[in-house]
Design a binder for this molecule. Sequence first.
Ligand code: KG4
Ligand code: ZN
Length: 362
Amino acid sequence: MRVLGIETTCDETAAAIVEVTRSGEAKILSNEVLSQIAAHAAFGGVVPEIAARAHVEAIDRIVGSAFERAGLKPADIDAVAAAAGPGLVGGVMVGLTTGKAIALVTGKPFIAINHLEAHALTARLTDDLAFPYLLLLVSGGHTQLLAVRGVGDYLKLGGTIDDAVGEAFDKIAKMLGLAYPGGPSVEREAEKGDPERFDFPRPMSGRPNPDFSLSGLKTAVRLVAERIAPLSDRDVADLCASFQAAVVDVMVDRTRAGLRACRAAGITPSALVVAGGVAANQPIRRGLTRLATEAGLPMVAPPVALCGDNGAMIAWAGLERLRLGLIDDMSAVARPRWPLDELRPQDLVPQDLAPRDAKAGE
Ligand code: KG4
Ligand code: ZN
């Protein structure tokens, strides 16, 4: 069984083909990712109009190379999956329309994928993980703790009440004049700095409800930076290291609360999983590994290449849905907002059994 996956929700134009062999082994046959970093760098963040145009220009070529690299033709796949949201609507429409067009021309089923579900299920592609598991989903737009109980079945345990953690990294980087995207820049600077020079707050620490707040931490960094300006290279490195140390503590403390909430809900997780762009951060991975060991759970983090947005995660989520008969049709629309815990119950009804008006994606 092979599925083409297309991802265009933010600033990566990506396409991939993933296969599950007869013996049940998952294989990534191709995974093409074109990052638009250069196009947005001058603006210090993603400009939606530039992103949408760049997706239009690149998508045919990227899908073409996904087939070429896999050594396959469109007729060789069993379904087409495309991210239908959440994300920047102009970009989402490019991938969604391309996916539908390929499905129409080849006569293959079409599957509209929730981008967050694709991040959430990546651990099953890489580590063949069993449900349920506890997921810390950390990206540029999302910071959530979820109990992943099954495909389409997510219990949100907590989330951020203000900034997403990736957003906090990006804003700190911008404030300190570091390159976009901020996460990798801050992590690099932090390696050279002293994590104990500044004692930044650890918001929400110790609270039983597994929610996050990051804007106060961001403000604390800004106030110190303004107080000690002009900043030397050492100051920048120390600010990054101290900020990142606070973020690691917050992620570990909040995930510990998430684990308790998960168990209190009667769910016994098989593992602790981290996913999303911020999951590439090594100190965060190390902190969560310590927590998992303390909790007696395996820790699963996708390889760095599968943490950021990519087509393989979309193709894999498509495969998971295809196996359950959860396919969509041409009425699937782009959804700029699409919370994971609101994947409608109708989505879990295989389409040939579903009532006419219960299709996904309106
Ligand atoms: O999942 P993703 O690629 O896109 C979204 O769906 O948002 O996540 C992108 C976010 C950005 O905020 C970026 O700064 C952050 O992930 N990020 C990192 C690292 N690599 C990427 N944050 C911290 N450390 C990193 N190494
Ligand atoms: Zn993402």
